[in-house]
Ligand binder design. Sequence first.
Ligand code: SAH
Ligand code: SF4
Ligand code: F3S
Length: 445
Amino acid sequence: MLKKFYIKTFGCQMNEYDSDKISDLMQSVNFVRSETLEDVDCIIFNTCHIREKATEKVYSDIGKIKKLNRSKKKPIFVLAGCIAQAQGEEIFKRTNYVDIVVGPQSYHRLPEQIKNFAERKENFSDTNFELIEKFDTLDNLKSSRKSKTSEFLTIQEGCDKFCSFCVVPYTRGAEFSRSFNSIINEAKKLSDNGVREIVLLGQNVSAYKFIDGNKTYKLANLIDEISKINSIYRIRFTTSHPNDMDQELIEAFKYQKKLMPQLHLPIQSGSNKILKLMNRKHTREYYLDLIARFKEANSEIKFSSDFIIGFPGEEEQDFQDTLDIINKVNFINSYSFIYSQRPGTPAVDRDQILLDICKDRLMKLQTLLGDIQINNSKKLIGKKVEVLVENKTKTVGQFFGRSKFMHSIFFNSENSNPGDLVDIEITSYNSKNLFGILQKEEVLV
Ligand code: SAH
Ligand code: SF4
Ligand code: F3S
């Protein structure tokens, strides 16, 4: 008999990708995915540990579910992802609602773990790093999921950079690159399922390096090979570290028309002093020079970034340096966070900046980012923009898609289909989105 499972994803795109794979694994052992919690036999939380708030949210959601389900038969509860890796068996002490703890590099064994738990009712924690085994299992997995127009494809996992604020090197382990062929096979499968845009994923995607005999494959080689798949129109990759960008990758933005001219390249801070304290191993000058090299390869390219505000040691001048670099690069679509102390990371015991100062700086920084975004949108009014259609919205006659630069665009059209590349004239904007109308193709007589 079919059983029902519910999965909730917290955190980054890597977790979204993993949750889809976990769903395929569950479906391979006769579980069907449910969009609600009602009468489910298994609940899976795929969790994030990046900031304290992310971790607290997971525990608070577990508390809510526990309350809701009090009078019913308890479903098997699986805690997967980065909290699982960071806290392991400690989780059983914090909440008695969790039955199985499974890390991001061993979730391919989940069907077996669920079966064992159902038989023995013994809590179980698996936080081994089994990347080769994991990807081998996933390569042979069938998927009955309907693909979206744009899909993620994990090519690399883990991180060797050890920025002093970050848990990722501990939760995801050392850098590991998947085999070139298995990535290309997955890209082909995606295109056969109607996918038109592939977003190559990794905690440090630009560190991708796979050695096969005497051949070494890098990210630029992957982009070249995926570009040969006719029905893939667009390629992106995320997230990159400034220190891993090689000349081949920079040049790819010049000659590879399917590679979108948009790059997420986190800098975290514009101050050399803070970058050093963060152990980022690059300076602001190096970063600005890198941006110039990308622009030389492709003058159209736009950049986005992540910023951490209030890192221990950040003085007003350091903050001003961050605002200065934002003005210089003109970032769009960026993310900013107040520094959060993470257990086990080198910066955890350093003197903290007062929360009020952090909040004030964050507000100023987000206002600047917002102003730049609006200016950028303003310039697009009346312009024709190429959009890859992703879906129909709930509003009659309205569709959603993205520009080359990842702008979210809502447009009116009588009939568009996910996967279409269409021209949209931009008519208005708000702080996050652009709005427009479909340009009809001219009929030649
Ligand atoms: N690999 C990527 C980012 C991974 S985490 C990179 O190197 O940039 C995503 C973002 O979360 C980071 O870019 C950083 O801005 C933020 N982040 C990570 N640890 C944090 C912490 N302790 N406090 C606040 N933000 C953090
Ligand atoms: Fe974290 Fe730094 Fe690695 Fe990015 S590069 S995942 S911020 S340690
Ligand atoms: Fe969070 Fe883990 Fe991603 S900590 S940001 S889910 S790599």
